[in-house]
Write a protein that binds this ligand. Structure first.
Ligand SMILES: Cc1cc2nc3c(=O)[nH]c(=O)nc-3n(C[C@H](O)[C@H](O)[C@H](O)COP(=O)(O)OP(=O)(O)OC[C@H]3O[C@@H](n4cnc5c(N)ncnc54)[C@H](O)[C@@H]3O)c2cc1C
Length: 511
């Protein structure tokens, strides 16, 4: 390692096998190997560099995302990556873009809600990306309450078409990723109306843009909803708006696995549960739990490593200062986050497991397992499997510690509620706090190894402070010098706005 490992002394303190923990974190040896290989493949390719992302304008960032997406798709094909590998590969690109929505929402919606004929027609095009799709459900006025959507799809028996229409401003589709600038097609959710009767929300495959010059088709108004708060990578995504002005699509573009409209305009429901319609959204929400754990894990990793590098106060006789991570106040901020990252990770894995299990049963038309009871038993099975998979005593002890920290910290955080409802006594509260401090001391020597177990590359972390080797300060300088503000020694604007102060010319200056 260039410059040596500045955190080696921390890693040597660990009381468990970090390689075993990596496998527990990843979910299995296979998952670890795939994730390890894909993350390094991305990190070693200069096209996926993210170092100047913070200084890009939105337009530059968007174009950079298009370039990365095209390069990723080329590599996925050239290297013949499996579906599993492609998903992980795109994930480590760490720059959300239209590929995510195409593969994670558009394609699954057709697979889950399309008839066999519809799948045969649309999936080959989508699989080769000859069409690029998104998922247009949410409207400006309607998010959680899907039944409240206002967009209409009215069947016209004379032309054998559906007429899509946005009757109000609040019915405008608002948020769908990939819609704003890229997608050629969308699965659009709209109220189905036949013979004047409203049958509720259904899905439709809709072409949005011309396949030759990418212009929106007549009757479609479309664009980007604008910059998202913060300097986060989500500005790489073209979340979009969409309005229909009596836009016609053929009848066979209604997704008809769940219910059909005949040539005469008769509505024919099937016995397939309507919950299946929301499967795509549920899948994404399950992924959001996992993503939350990753966001927390990345933050905890950066903060833990830098807290071990950073020294402040505490030296006596001019000796070396204390590592910030040794202060209890810092541990009280940091270790509960680390524990939460592990807790969320396992919840995310469980949800993924449950979702896959239920989806497979639904695909086999086994609808008996939808109820909540199944979720609970599946949860217990998952915990048993996890416990069975963990062999090493060291790893088990660390996970136990993290679990207690997570629980006791929640009590600590909501102490007022626990005390005011007499759930615990003040003596118990005080015991819980003492125990929490003692657990922090037990976690302390393992902290850096616990974040190493996430197996994140420096590329993925994207943080100088969180570097694996802890060689923070020289690299921080290097990065600072790259900032465009440092391109010139005297800044642009000096003559107009700084010099008039110094020369006392402000009163006469034309600002
Ligand atoms: C980054 C991003 C990407 C997205 N991508 C897509 C996409 O690709 N396609 C798409 O169709 N949509 C997309 N969405 C939209 C997303 O699905 C909606 O934001 C979501 O469904 C919530 O709807 P809303 O924003 O209208 O919130 P609302 O439904 O207005 O909810 C606002 C608040 O009220 C609470 N609330 C609502 N109803 C209840 C209730 N009954 N009980 C208690 N609390 C309640 C909610 O929890 C929330 O805190 C995206 C959103 C974001 C932020």
């Amino acid at each position: 390692m260039e410059g040596g490992d500045h955190l080696a002394h921390e890693r040597n303190k660990a009381e468990f096998d970090v390689n075993e923990m990596k496998i527990v974190w990843a979910g299995s040896r296979h998952a670890f190997e795939v994730s390890n290989r894909m993350s390094r493949l991305v990190a070693s390719d200069p096209v996926f560099d993210k170092s100047n992302r913070a200084v890009m304008t939105r337009k530059e960032l968007f174009k950079n995302t298009l370039r990365k997406s095209a390069h990723a798709w080329k590599l996925i094909n050239e290297l013949r990556l499996s579906d599993e590998e492609s998903v992980i590969f795109k994930y480590f690109m760490d720059q959300p873009g239209f590929l995510d929505l195409h593969w994670r929402m558009f394609v699954p919606a057709i697979k889950g809600q399309g008839t066999e004929e519809q799948k045969q027609k649309w999936l080959p095009l989508a699989n080769k990306m000859q069409i690029i799709g998104c998922y247009a459900q949410t409207e400006l006025g309607h998010g959680s309450n899907v039944q409240g959507l206002e967009t209409t799809a009215t069947f016209d028996p004379q032309t054998d078409q559906f007429i899509l229409h946005s009757p109000t401003q609040t019915s405008s589709k608002w948020w769908p990723g990939g819609l704003g600038k890229v997608s050629t097609h969308a699965v659009v959710y709209a109220r189905l109306i036949t013979n004047g009767k409203d049958h509720g929300v259904h899905g439709f495959i809709v072409q949005l843009r011309n396949l030759d010059d990418h212009s929106p088709l007549p009757g479609i108004t479309i664009g980007d909803i604008g910059v998202k708060f913060g300097n986060g990578a989500y500005n790489s995504m073209d979340n979009g708006f969409l309005m229909f002005d009596k836009f016609c699509i053929p009848r066979d573009q209604m997704l008809m696995r769940l219910s059909k409209v005949t040539r005469e305009g008769k509505y024919v429901p099937s016995d397939v549960p309507r919950q299946l319609m929301y499967g795509t959204m549920v899948s994404v929400r399950q992924t959001i739990v996992s993503n939350a754990s990753v966001a927390m894990a990345r933050a905890a990793c950066i903060a833990t490593r830098y807290s071990a590098v950073r020294r402040q106060f505490g030296s006596q006789n001019g000796g070396i200062e204390t590592q910030v991570i040794d202060y209890k106040t810092q541990q009280n901020r940091l270790f509960p986050l680390l524990a939460s990252a592990y807790a969320f990770r396992f919840v995310g894995e469980w949800l993924k497991w449950l979702y896959t299990d239920v989806t497979q049963r639904l695909e086999a038309s086994d609808f008996a397992t939808l109820p909540e009871a199944h979720a609970c038993t599946a949860g217990l099975k998952f915990i048993a499997k996890l416990e069975g998979d963990i062999k090493g005593k060291g790893v088990k002890n660390q996970l136990k510690n993290l679990c207690y920290i997570y629980a006791l910290h929640l009590i600590h955080k909501h102490l007022g509620d626990f005390l005011s409802t007499n759930t615990i006594t003040p003596e118990q509260a005080s015991l819980a706090n003492n125990q929490l401090r003692s657990l922090y001391s037990q976690l302390r020597p393992n902290a850096v190894a616990l974040v190493d177990a996430f197996d994140y590359t420096d590329h993925y972390l994207g943080s100088v402070l969180g570097r694996y080797d802890g060689n923070v300060y020289p690299k921080l300088f290097e990065e600072a010098l790259k900032d465009p503000l440092n391109d010139s020694v005297v800044p642009d604007g000096y003559h107009e706005y700084i010099r008039p102060f110094i020369k006392q010319h402000l009163r006469s200056a034309r600002l």
